[in-house]
Design a protein around this ligand. Structure first.
Ligand SMILES: C[S@@+](CC[C@H](N)C(=O)[O-])C[C@H]1O[C@@H](n2cnc3c(N)ncnc32)[C@H](O)[C@@H]1O
Length: 194
């Protein structure tokens, strides 16, 4: 299993944590966070005909919140087959894929969302570069990571990469991106593809 390869301290019990969270509804805290993300995305990309991809999108609960904002076209990518299966049962298109290879996807999007996923990966810069290649010109990238202390490394739940402040995220973006929004904790940013 990918997570175990990435993080030797991660046990199958911790992996099952994600499966156990495959509930019918998001918990109230998660729903509130998804609603906030959806309103921020809408504010910075109001065109509701946009093609949206949510990477690490699990069952599609964040897409549900985006639907409430008027968006209609969604694609979900996740490393968890269980999550993608459930997303499909819930009416979403998507595929099982490691986000570290996101650049190889043969599709383009107007909005890409990576909420609490790149910290699970070894090469977040590679993901950001891959996302750039999949965005249409003027497209929007919403990214969010937890703010975490630097130790112990690696940490629970498969977190490889620990972001202790916003600058550690923004330094991964180069001049191909325009920064349009930031928030310090959780660390959130919205970029436009130049
Ligand atoms: C903390 S959950 C975040 C779920 C949702 N995006 C949110 O913000 O509520 C992390 C998700 O990322 C997925 N994930 C972890 N590593 C991944 C990888 N390398 N490629 C794709 N998905 C991954 C997990 O399966 C899980 O669904």
């Amino acid at each position: 299993m990918e997570h175990l390869e990435q993080n030797k301290e991660l046990t199958s019990k911790k992996i099952d944590f994600w499966k156990e969270k495959g509930a019918n509804q998001p918990g109230p805290g998660v729903k509130k966070r998804h609603d906030l993300i959806a309103s921020l995305v809408k504010k910075h990309h109001p065109d509701s005909s946009a093609a949206v991809m949510d990477i690490g999108g699990r069952e599609g609960f964040l897409c549900d919140a985006l639907k409430q904002q008027g968006f209609k076209s969604f694609y979900i990518v996740d490393i968890s087959p269980e999550a993608i299966e459930y997303a499909k049962q819930r009416g979403y298109n998507g595929e099982v894929k490691n986000v570290e290879n996101i650049g190889s996807l043969n599709r383009t999007f107007d909005i890409i969302i990576a909420s609490h996923v790149i910290e699970h990966c070894k090469e977040p810069k590679k993901i950001i570069d891959g996302v750039h290649g999949l965005l249409n010109p003027g497209g929007t990238f919403f990214i969010e990571v937890p703010r975490q202390p630097k130790e112990p490394v690696p940490t629970k739940f498969g977190h490889w990469y620990l972001f202790s402040d916003l600058s550690e995220l923004t330094e991964l973006f180069d001049e191909k991106w325009e920064l349009v929004f930031t928030h310090p904790a959780p660390i959130r940013a919205i970029y436009k593809k130049r």
